[in-house]
Structures are given as structure tokens and as C-alpha cells.
Design a binder for this molecule. Structure first.
Ligand code: ZN
Length: 362
């Protein structure tokens, strides 16, 4: 069992105290609340309508297989966008001040194939606390043994080519999620240093909602669509390759780019810095000036603000980023950002390449 990592006392983090004070001052001066505003509810309606609309358009069986194929890719991308924009905020409790509303929108996560309860542990508890700490942050273990992103990861001869096969591998992310990851994480004794003890209802939820997803996305299409089995498999793979690639790329660009670090605790499981400083060294933003990224990525391109303020709805990140950036500079802390999506992509590729070079030809 891995020991619980401790950060240097957060009371020492003048940076975090100052940033929090300034951000709460900003919200009160602007007479804003930290949850969804009308723009955010518009986005929520847009992504949910797109997701449900594409599904219905396909399932009513009026379109030929060749037209269904690009719609399947669109449905896969919209599944990822619903996850980024709606469910991620809802499961963090950031969408609304009403926990029942968050719970309801969090349940939609099941319809994109993922279990909200398992995510709340892997992501909210473990990843957000122990960001980029090898052996503790299971979010960064995309494909253990195949992808190596820190000096402490195990070495495997095939990783010499990881910068070439990483992207096709990311496209399998959602397939692995719906058939393997949730079950594996749920039944693991611990996730990082978090002991898994699940309420009984979550055993029911896991199997019930997975069965519902399999019914809606496998059984029902096979029953009603005028396609044969191999055409269905192609469509299902296209949907998940689109969903997996969209998710995999966006997740990786926040923590695995040049400049972010993967620090280890000392022999007493103690990190040398306070938690907020740690977040500033392990997290990066990208394409923050891009309006399309702001609309589609649900604040996942502004992960610095998200990691410091996970309970603030992503719609406000643009405004509070000015405060965070200014305060980081006053406290001599890094504020890591890539100007564009392609800069971040290149930086991720170069990071994979750097760690591939440490692997001797076998
Ligand atoms: Zn998050």
C-alpha cells in the first residue's frame, strides 16, 4: 500500500491565500457567483442538444450507413464535449450551487460510457490532490509500460517509439474506459493512496449504468439500424476513436508538456512545497486566446485556474486567470502556457520524445 503523501502545510502558502482572497474579492466586486451563468447554461443546452440530436438522428434509421459514419464521429466528439463542458464541472460541484442539480448533470456522464462515482475518486480526489506525482496520480498513467512520461516510470524497449504510437493509443482511451477502466479502478483496493471503500449503491450504479450504455450504444443500434454486424463494428469504433482522441489529447496537454514536472515525495512521503505551488509547477494552460477552445474544451485548456479553483465554473476562468497570472508572477512561481493548441501538441510530442531517448535500444 502506498503511503499518503503530505504537502508542506498549506498555511505556509501565502501564494494560495493571496490568490484566493483576490479571486473572492473579484466575485464580490463584480456581483457574480462562481457557478454557471446564462452563457454557461446556453453551452450546456448546446452540447446536450448536439449529443442527443446526433444519437436520435442515427437511431431513427432513416440514413444510409455511409452517412451514419461521419455522424458517429460527430457523436463521439460531442460525447467528449459533454464530458468536458457539463459533467466535469457538475461532478466537481462547480456547475450549480445546488448539489442536486450537480448530481443530475453528473449522471449524464454514464451516457458517454463513464462512471461519475469512479471519476470523482480518480479525478477529484486523487488527480487534483496528487497532480503528476508518479505512483499517486493515476490520471497520468495513460498506458503503464507503454507510455513513459517521467524518469521514475518503468522502462520498456518499445517506448523508444512512444512519440509515434502515443496518439493512436490515445484514440483507444474511451474504448478502454467503457469496457475496462471503470471496473478495474472500482475493484482496485486503492487508487494511489486512496483506500477504496464503496457505498453499496455504487456497486448497483456501476453495473446498471454500464448495462444502460451497452444497451443504448450496442444492443439498440444492432436491433434497429439497417446495418450488418461488421458495419456496426466500424461505426462503433469510429465513434470511440473520435471520442478517445478528443479526450486523450486534451487531457495530456495540461500536464505532460515541456515545463511541467513530476516531483516525488521524500522518504517520509513529504512533498517539499505547499499544494498550490505544486499545482503551478505541474499544470499548464494552452490556447487561452482561442474562442473555439474556450467554447469547446470546458476550461480544460485553462487547467491552472481549474486546479486552483475546481469548484468555480469554467465559464469564469478567463476572468480570474488575470489574477492568478499576476499573483504567480509576484510570488516568483511559473505560469506555464502554450499559445496555441498546436504549440501544446508539439510540446507534448517533444516531451514523449525526450523520455523515449532514455530508453536504450533493446
Ligand atoms: Zn477537474
Amino acid at each position: 500500500m502506498s503511503k499518503k503523501v503530505k504537502f508542506s502545510s498549506t498555511s505556509n502558502s501565502a501564494f494560495y491565500a493571496t490568490t484566493r482572497f483576490r479571486v473572492s474579492q473579484f466575485f464580490s466586486e463584480q456581483e457574480l457567483h462562481q457557478h454557471a451563468n446564462s452563457h454557461m447554461w446556453f453551452k450546456t443546452a448546446f452540447f446536450l442538444t448536439g449529443f442527443v440530436g446526433l444519437y436520435l438522428l442515427m437511431i431513427i434509421n432513416i440514413l444510409p450507413p455511409l452517412v451514419l459514419l461521419p455522424l458517429a464521429a460527430g457523436l463521439g466528439m460531442f460525447s467528449a464535449f459533454v464530458g468536458f463542458n457539463v459533467c466535469h464541472d457538475a461532478i466537481h460541484g462547480a456547475l450549480s450551487g445546488n448539489c442536486k442539480v450537480n448530481k443530475a448533470f453528473g449522471l449524464i456522464f454514464n451516457l458517454i460510457g463513464a462512471n461519475p462515482y469512479v471519476w470523482s475518486i480518480i479525478h477529484n480526489v486523487v488527480h487534483h490532490t496528487y497532480t503528476n506525482i508518479p505512483g499517486h496520480d493515476e490520471d497520468i498513467e495513460v498506458a503503464p509500460g507503454l507510455i513513459r512520461i517521467s524518469h521514475d516510470d518503468e522502462i520498456n524497449a518499445i517506448q523508444r517509439f512512444q512519440h509515434w504510437y502515443a496518439f493512436p493509443l490515445y484514440s483507444l482511451a474511451s474504448l478502454s474506459w467503457i469496457f475496462r477502466k471503470d471496473y478495474m479502478k472500482f475493484f482496485q483496493k486503492e487508487i494511489g493512496s486512496h483506500q477504496n471503500k464503496h457505498p453499496k449503491v455504487e456497486y448497483f450504479n456501476l453495473f446498471f449504468y454500464k448495462a444502460l450504455y451497452y444497451f443504448l450504444f450496442i444492443v439498440l443500434p444492432l436491433m434497429v439500424l439497417s446495418v450488418n454486424w461488421w458495419q456496426f463494428i466500424i461505426g462503433f469504433l469510429v465513434l470511440h476513436i473520435a471520442q478517445g482522441l478528443t479526450m486523450g489529447l486534451v487531457f495530456q496537454l495540461a500536464h505532460v508538456v515541456e515545463g511541467t514536472v513530476f516531483p516525488l515525495p521524500d522518504e517520509h512521503s513529504q512533498m517539499c512545497e505547499a499544494w498550490a505551488e505544486h499545482q503551478m509547477r505541474t499544470t499548464a494552460n494552452f490556447a487561452t486566446q482561442n474562442k473555439l477552445a474556450a467554447f469547446f474544451l470546458g476550461g480544460l485548456n485553462r487547467q491552472i485556474e481549474h486546479h486552483l479553483f475546481p469548484k468555480v465554473c469554467h465559464i469564469h476562468y478567463g476572468q480570474i486567470s488575470l489574477i492568478v497570472k499576476q499573483t504567480a508572477s509576484e510570488f516568483n512561481l511559473p505560469y506555464i502556457e502554450n499559445q496555441t493548441f498546436f504549440d501544446a501538441l508539439k510540446s507534448h510530442f517533444l516531451t514523449l520524445k525526450k523520455f523515449s531517448k532514455e530508453v536504450a535500444p533493446g
